[in-house]
Write a protein that binds this ligand. Structure first.
Ligand SMILES: Nc1ncnc2c1ncn2[C@@H]1O[C@H](COP(=O)(O)OP(=O)(O)OP(=O)(O)O)[C@@H](O)[C@H]1O
Ligand SMILES: [Mg+2]
Length: 260
């Protein structure tokens, strides 16, 4: 089992869209996938068309519930599906609960995921646009990190802060943590993004990751698919955006294979 964190504290850069399409893309290839929504906006949950009531990530992590009574099943396509831990606005309480814990507050998510280690090939975690104890838990539980970014807005400070924090967590609590790479999102070919791509390539090389090809183009189908509760592969499999996400998933699987 590999735990993949989709992280960037900057809002609206395509984290949730990437979490949905990576999860369903891997399931389509036959991998057993658990997707975890750890954002109180519950966008991963909504984008998959799942109800946000019942047991959510909050109950799972604060009451130590068995995963079986927490997960909801999402059919991705005719012959594939994923398990999902959902979230809603009550997840704000998790941040408070974790802060109140005296000991081991960074390990709560990692311990819960570990109990399901033999059931999944990949656990994909969608993270919030903030940097608190929930994100620290995600980075403590993660093997690999994918950082989606908008090349026209690559905020060097924000990404550098994230990379510094990853380094600190790697040294202090999670030696297996590794940058998989940067995924350029909402790429508008009409703009000259070369400087941002070059900057991302340099950062990726410094930190042992990659820039995932040309990334994902700006495409309105990617706004419409979540409204229907579908991944891009099911909503519009022949679209250019589906091809972009397919290329990302294929490259991701190739790199994961090499890093075994
Ligand atoms: N390549 C794309 N082209 C066009 N729209 C996109 C693309 N990727 C994502 N979007 C849309 O942009 C918005 C933000 O994307 P998304 O929710 O994935 O970002 P996020 O980083 O998860 O945001 P937040 O930080 O709020 O959680 C959504 O409405 C989504 O449908
Ligand atoms: Mg999101």
């Amino acid at each position: 089992m590999k735990v993949i964190a989709i992280v960037n504290q900057k809002g609206g850069v395509g984290k949730t869209t990437t979490a949905v399409n990576l999860s369903c893309g891997l399931a389509k290839q036959g991998y057993r996938v658990l997707a975890i929504d750890l954002d109180q906006q519950g966008h991963l949950t909504k984008s998959l068309g799942l109800p946000d009531e019942g047991n959510t990530a909050l109950e799972w992590l604060t009451n130590d519930l068995p995963l079986d009574i927490v997960i909801k099943k999402k059919v991705c396509s005719v012959d594939s599906g994923i398990d999902v831990v959902t979230a809603n606005i009550t997840l704000a309480n998790l941040e408070l609960e974790l802060q109140r814990k005296l000991l081991d507050r960074e390990y709560v998510l990692g311990k819960a995921i570990l109990k399901a280690a033999d059931r999944y090939d990949y656990v994909i975690v969608d993270s919030p646009p903030s940097f608190g104890i929930i994100t620290v838990n995600i980075l403590t539980a993660a093997d690999h990190v994918v950082i989606p970014f908008r090349p026209d807005f690559l905020s060097k400070d924000g990404v550098n802060k994230l990379l510094d924090t990853m380094e600190e967590i790697k040294v202090r609590i999670n030696p297996k943590l590794k940058l998989a790479g940067f995924l350029p999102t909402m790429v508008d070919k009409r703009c000259n993004n070369e400087a941002s791509f070059a900057e991302a390539r340099e950062l990726a090389t410094q930190h042992g990751g990659v820039v995932f090809g040309e990334g994902i183009r700006l495409a309105s189908v990617l706004c419409k698919a979540p409204e229907r509760g579908m991944s891009i592969f099911d909503y519009d499999p022949n679209s250019a955006a589906a091809k972009d996400y397919q290329a990302f998933v294929d490259k991701f699987v190739e790199l994961e294979g090499e890093s075994k």
